[in-house]
Design a protein around this ligand. Structure first.
Ligand code: TXA
Ligand code: MG
Length: 319
């Protein structure tokens, strides 16, 4: 046991065996990944999938990502195509999720895919989850381990803060290195990015050597998790700010305001990957310090900045 919270565990051989037993029985566990922490359940179990929606208070129209050790283990559930093979070879295991056609005889619970004929699949990289996925003979349905529409957790304590004692078993795997959710790309037709992430549009185009679309997702409901009201820290968020109010928490890039208590830099060197990894941590810190409003300065719309802008835009949506 790691600290005073009896539901956080340090990974070991014994904990691996316990995790596998819990999952096989249809129980939920929270697990670290390289992007954010996930709330995992057996994707073939009706009971487990129902528990995920209930605990997260997640709308049933919002499908879950199904996680596998490798392509071989996913073979019975998804129709593999050439674009998928190319991206898998270069990027997996890693922070990218693929939407693919679901095979007719797949054992994935219908509810996990919101009754769509497609599946979102991911092959996460964190070594703890890889050890678990390698051992089990079912995939894991695993959304981010937060109450629906709130900010994703990036450490075990964040998961406790989200669910308190309603979650019995959390494995501590340190802080998630990437700190924002995986890139989601639909490969059922012409490739289209549904959710931007650390693996960027230009990187994907370079691998596929074709034009890749980007969803404007206002008119579409293909990735329902991309609807407005998402990634909210629970207090108002204003973006693209230039004039700052000293009562508000201010998020920015660089080190210009380093000594002021209400100013929070995402990266002293204005490194966009580092900024992405600090975003949710900073949201939670600001909330804990009791600020009532967040103002965010302009973040460049390039590289990881595209994913950051996507998340802060949604965080700024009025409820
Ligand atoms: O990094 C991640 O992807 C994390 C870690 C835990 O793996 N997971 C995650 O899951 O962010 P979640 O449930 O918070 O977000 C999944 C996204 C949602 O926007 C959902 O609508 C979309 O994937 N999605 C899932 N299945 C889909 C499908 N069949 N078609 C389109 N979008 C889908
Ligand atoms: Mg989520």
């Amino acid at each position: 046991m790691k600290n005073s919270y009896s539901n956080i565990f340090t990974f070991s051989k014994k904990i691996l065996n316990k995790t596998i037993k819990l999952l096989a029985k249809g129980n939920l566990v929270a697990l670290p990944t390289e992007t954010v922490y996930g709330l995992a359940g057996n994707a073939y179990s009706d009971l487990a999938v129902k528990k995920i929606y209930k605990l997260k208070k997640r709308p049933k129209i919002n499908p879950l990502i199904i996680h596998y050790y490798n392509i071989k283990k996913a073979n019975n559930d998804i129709a593999i195509n050439s674009n998928f093979k190319k991206l898998y070879k270069k990027l997996c295991p890693g922070p990218i999720t693929f939407i693919l056609k679901k095979k007719k005889n797949s054992k994935i619970q219908q509810l996990a895919n919101a009754k769509l004929n497609t599946v979102a699949v991911r092959f996460p990289k964190h070594n703890i989850i890889r050890k678990i996925l390698k051992t089990i003979n079912f995939p894991l349905a695993m959304p981010s381990a937060n109450i629906s529409s709130s900010v994703s957790p990036i450490c075990s304590q964040d998961v406790v803060d989200e669910f308190k004692k309603k979650i019995k078993f959390i494995i501590d795997g340190g802080q998630s290195k990437i700190g924002i959710e995986s890139t989601v790309i639909d490969l059922t037709n012409t490739p289209k990015i549904l959710r931007p992430g650390i693996i960027t549009h230009s990187k994907i185009e370079k691998i596929l050597k074709i034009k890749v679309k980007i969803s404007n997702n206002k008119s579409e409901i293909k990735s329902p998790g991309l609807l407005k009201k998402h990634y909210s820290p629970g207090i108002p968020v204003l973006i693209n700010q230039v004039k700052f109010n000293s009562k508000n928490a201010i998020i920015f890039l660089g080190k210009k305001f380093a000594n002021k208590k209400n100013f929070f830099t995402l990266s002293k060197n204005s490194n966009l990957n580092e900024a992405a990894s600090n975003l949710y941590k900073t949201f939670r810190l600001i909330k804990k310090q009791g600020f009532k409003k967040i103002q965010i300065a302009k973040i460049p719309l390039k590289d990881a900045g595209i994913a950051i802008n996507d998340r802060i835009n949604r965080a700024a949506e009025k409820r």
